[in-house]
Every structure is written in C-alpha cells, then in structure tokens.
Design a protein around this ligand. Structure first.
Ligand code: AMP
Length: 117
C-alpha cells in the first residue's frame, strides 16, 4: 500500500476540523469549501465526508452520494450566481491531474469557460 493511502488527506483534515477552510455548505454526508487556488471567480469543492480515494473506486453502495453531490451543486450554483453555466467535474487519478486523493467535485464558473482537454 502506498503512503498516500495511510495518511489523512488534506480534505479529511478539513472535514475533521484539523485544518481551516472557507466552508460554504455542510450536511451529514458532504462539505463544500472554496478552493484555495481558484481557477475561476467561483471555484468550490464538494467533498463527501466518507474517505473514498476517487470516483474510480466508488462502490455501488456509495453511488447515492453522487445524487447528493448533484443536488448540492445545483443549490450552490444558484447561491453563487452561476446557475446559468458551470462545470462540475472530478479528476480521477494522477493522469487526470488528481492531487488530493479524497473524492471531490470541482464546481467552477463565473466566467466563460474554455474547451476541455
Ligand atoms: P484535484 O487536483 O482534482 O485533486 O483538486 C484538488 C484541489 O484542492 C485543487 O484545486 C487545490 O487548489 C485544492 N486544495 C488543496 N488544498 C486545499 C485547501 N487546504 N483548501 C482548499 N482547497 C485546497
């Protein structure tokens, strides 16, 4: 097992209150915080509290979390004025640019977003 799997991730530390964050939402399943290095005027991270490394290793019993993520994203998009257009994405694995190995979804908007890829 690699070291990264044994350590508390940055997001687990934030969930546990060991690290500060700009929290914009919390319920029993998820938190949402402002990204520390925003790539757009609105850049939020929706983070399931359960420690799951990435979407690629989600188990069937965890899939209802995705429904909750979408529901919270819709609410946050309205609250942050980007319901007209935003991107909701997750990076899975280092090839995709994942840097924090605790499942999270970026909600990005507030400017005209360029093409993906
Ligand atoms: P990813 O590259 O998809 O794993 O996304 C990780 C994201 O977490 C990046 O956009 C970082 O800017 C963001 N990030 C890292 N540390 C923190 C932190 N302490 N608070 C808020 N966002 C963070």
């Amino acid at each position: 097992m690699q070291k990264k799997h044994l350590e508390k991730s940055i997001f687990k530390k934030i969930i546990d209150g060991d690290l500060p964050s700009e929290k914009v939402f919390e319920n029993d399943q998820l938190i949402a915080i402002k990204d520390i290095a925003p790539v757009a005027p609105v850049h939020l991270l929706i983070i399931p509290k359960k420690c799951i490394e990435s979407i690629q290793v989600m188990q069937p019993e965890d899939l209802p979390l995705l429904q909750e993520v979408v529901s919270v994203a819709q609410t946050l998009a309205k609250e942050h004025g980007v319901a007209n257009g935003y991107r909701l994405l997750t990076n899975s694995g280092t090839d995709a640019g994942q840097t924090v190995f605790h499942l999270h979804f970026h909600l990005i908007g507030g400017k005209i977003l360029g093409p993906m890829g």
